[in-house]
Design a protein around this ligand. Structure first.
Ligand SMILES: [Zn+2]
Length: 219
């Protein structure tokens, strides 16, 4: 059964795993890598989403690129805009134009996703002086989602999912780990860690597997 839009949006807003937030090397500002967002949209929508570039203005004389993209989920649309300066002299280094186009489109994509409040819970602790300190958004900090911080407790938690192979009930950690396999519909392809096929296991970040194994040994 396909997820309905309301559940997809709730899934988009859900906090990311611990340490998802990275810091830029130049200005130390917190951010969440683009791939993390794309992966969440993929899994939340079970790959049923679309990204369309509605407008791309490449202005070489004035050295800027402007883009408007549209994210479509179900029958709903969200627009985002992005802007990038073309660095250097584009007539000598034409590849700088491509770089600026990528940047403007990525930014537009992130702006569109931001309207779903993706990553807000994760970024809020770093944005207190900015927007997260606003009393109207206090809920983002007050109710951290269960899978964000309470790792060890979580591994003991049980979810109502059974491994397809051995019928064992999955732990919360196993369920979370399944959620990290890109494009896997874990509602259908439900495996405990022991029975998770290797080709799927390889798609999970090694550090996360390692953390999972350490947590499991603690039990
Ligand atoms: Zn199993």
């Amino acid at each position: 059964m396909e997820r309905d839009y309301k559940d997809i949006v709730a899934e988009l807003k859900r906090a990311f795993p611990k340490d998802t937030v990275k810091f830029r090397s130049d200005n130390h500002r917190p951010y969440i890598p683009n791939q993390v967002y794309t992966d969440r949209v993929e899994s939340a929508t079970e790959s049923r989403w679309n990204l369309e570039i509605k407008e791309l203005e490449i202005n070489v004389p004035h050295r800027y690129v402007k883009s408007i993209v549209q994210v479509q989920i179900d029958v709903h649309f969200r627009d985002g805009y992005g802007f990038a300066v073309i660095p250097g002299d584009p007539s000598k280094e034409p590849s700088n134009i491509n770089t600026a186009v990528d940047k403007a489109v990525n930014e537009a994509f992130l702006t569109a996703l931001d309207s779903y409040q993706m990553g807000w819970r994760d970024l809020a602790p770093y944005k207190m002086k900015d927007w997260a300190g606003n009393p109207a958004l206090k809920h983002l900090l007050d109710h951290p989602e269960p899978d964000s911080q309470t790792a060890v407790v979580q591994s003991r938690a049980i979810v109502d999912r059974h491994c397809l192979v051995c019928s064992k009930v999955l732990t919360g950690d196993e369920w979370d780990l399944l959620g990290q396999v890109p494009n896997l519909n874990r509602d259908k392809m439900t495996y405990c860690f022991d029975h998770l096929p290797n080709h799927l296991k390889r798609k999970i970040d090694k550090d996360n597997i390692h953390q999972f194994e350490i947590r499991t040994q603690l039990d």
